[in-house]
Ligand binder design. Sequence first.
Ligand code: PLP
Ligand code: ZN
Length: 459
Amino acid sequence: MKSNCCFQKCINAACGATFDVREIHVACPSCGDLLDVVYDWDRAKPPKLLSAFQARWTNRRNPLDFSGVWRFRELLDFCPDEYKVTLGEGQTLLQSSPGVAAYIGAKSDSVFLQYEGLNPSGSFKDNGMAAAFSHARMVGAARVACASTGNTSASLALYAARCGLPAIVFVGSGRIAFGKLAQALDYGAGTLQIAGDFDACMRRVKEASARLKLYLMNSVNPFRLEGQKTIMYRVLEGLGWEAPDWVVVPGGNLGNSSAFGKAFMEMKELGLLKRLPRLAVINSTGADTLDRLVNQKKLTWQRGRYDRDAIAADWKWQDDTRRLPHTIASAIEIARPVNAAKCLRALEVCDGVVRSVPDSEIMDAKAQVGRYGLGCEPASAAAVAGAKRLVEEGVIDRDARIVCILTGHALKDPDATVGYHTGNYPPGKEVHGERPFANAPVPVADDIEAICAAIEAQR
Ligand SMILES: *Cc1c(COP(=O)(O)O)cnc(C)c1O
Ligand SMILES: [Zn+2]
């Protein structure tokens, strides 16, 4: 790395404070807003054409060339190679899905699914962890921590185990899907089940990190978002380096949507991409803070002078009315998204829209994604359910090229899946709806006649 090729910068236009890339901050020390990683592109020297990156993938013997994050390293050049961490993340493929296209009501060959469940810990979070752990190693972090609805802790625990760093994860008690909790335990992370929801975990892990000097791995960490930009580079690669018309992504803490917006903003600035896609961020109706901020309160980015008071007022309103998020899509069961401001920027850059979809539509969409041969966890299916709504509304043209990001693996939350197919949802996670795609197991006697009859009845 060339020296001074990048630095950290406060996103608040009224502040704009800058910090060395070797400093550790989870918020601007001057004003408390979020930080960005900003590059001096003359020094970082990315290639003139995006297609220059794709040749690296064939070089499987160099782990940094093979990594779906680090083969784009000139576009996230914040640390020298010696500190870079990779577990082979980002080996994901954009896949056309005529079945899901029919479900959405779009043209058969124009819907694509980006299955980030294929990552080493089974979610897109690994893209971010590869980058954040590289920064943690560069700055000599001794212990790492996060708050999590599940996948962040699974991913952090895995990368910490590989790096030999002690890890602490905060999860809301009773709220984490078992597949995800199982991973954190198996990878050896100290796991604290806080008596509270995700937002409580987030607040506490920030306090504990400040006090005990833990390196915080949540998406308030700007280096994590640098890794998540690469999801968009791979989507473009899958489309021959042309932007789709729409990228549809579920919104929880809004790190992913923020990272996507930053990726496109930078590619435009660099002249690497002429036309940008539009962005759709999908909430669950049970955790719809972004939808409310954008569609009811009309918040916009305002070049970094967005209405901070309106966000604070919304948080206070949630406190006063004791409003709690509730959705079967546990990965997006978040009421105070930490990256809300960066997401407003992404929505501006990509002329974005926000919608909420009910759990019943999320679970129907999830069953369809599985039925057509990929599978995903509930939160991921919010993207597909959201795309369907937007096509029905006429916001997304039915001929448009649509990319839905499937953020997590189908096996993360088997309780939700079995609940849909049998009608027995996990306690506290009931979903109302018709379950048109339910495929319940059929009880059959231990009798060959009955078995053959049951097999024939399947046709
Ligand atoms: C973390 C996560 C999300 C939410 O992503 P944000 O960046 O927090 O908006 C969605 N789906 C899955 C599977 C996740 O793990
Ligand atoms: Zn600031």
